[in-house]
Design a protein around this ligand. Structure first.
Ligand code: 5GP
Length: 116
C-alpha cells in the first residue's frame, strides 16, 4: 500500500496546512510555496489517482469537479481568471503523486506560462 501523501496528512490534521474549501470529494489547500499572489491546490480526497491522466481515465466526473472547484475558488479569491496546471511526471516538476490541480491567479502576466 502506498504511503499517505502530504496532502492527506494535512487533511487529517497530522501536519499543518490551510484548507480553504471542501466538497464531498475534493479539498482546496493553500500552497506552501506560492508561485502567484493566489496559489491554491485542488485535490481529490482519494489518493487513487497519481496523475491527471489517470484521473481522466478513471473518474472523469471527479476531474470535472476539480475544474469546477478551481473556477469557484479562483472567483472567490481573485478576479475569476486563473491558470490551471497539472504537473504530470517528475520531468514536468511533479513532486507529489496524489493528483492535484494548481490554481494560479491574481496579477498573472500574459506569456508567463513556462517561466517557473
Ligand atoms: P507538484 O510539484 O507535485 O506539482 O506540486 C506539489 C505542490 O505541493 C508544490 O507547489 C508544493 O509547494 C506544495 N506542497 C508540498 N508540500 C506541502 C505542504 O506541506 N503544505 C502545503 N500547503 N503545500 C505543499
Amino acid at each position: 500500500m502506498a504511503e499517505t501523501s502530504v496532502f492527506s496528512k494535512i487533511r487529517a490534521g497530522e501536519i499543518p496546512g490551510e484548507i480553504l474549501h471542501e466538497t464531498d470529494r475534493v479539498f482546496v489547500l493553500k500552497d506552501i510555496a506560492p508561485k502567484a499572489p493566489v496559489h491554491l491546490l485542488v485535490i481529490p480526497k482519494t489518493e487513487q489517482y497519481r496523475t491527471v491522466v489517470e484521473l481522466a481515465a478513471g473518474d472523469p466526473s471527479l476531474l470535472a469537479e476539480v475544474v469546477a472547484v478551481a473556477n469557484k475558488v479562483a472567483a472567490a479569491n481573485s478576479d475569476g481568471d486563473f491558470r490551471l496546471i497539472f504537473n504530470t511526471g517528475e520531468g514536468a516538476g511533479q513532486t507529489v503523486f496524489h493528483v492535484h490541480a494548481h490554481v494560479l491567479a491574481g496579477g498573472l502576466t500574459e506569456g508567463s506560462l513556462g517561466d517557473g
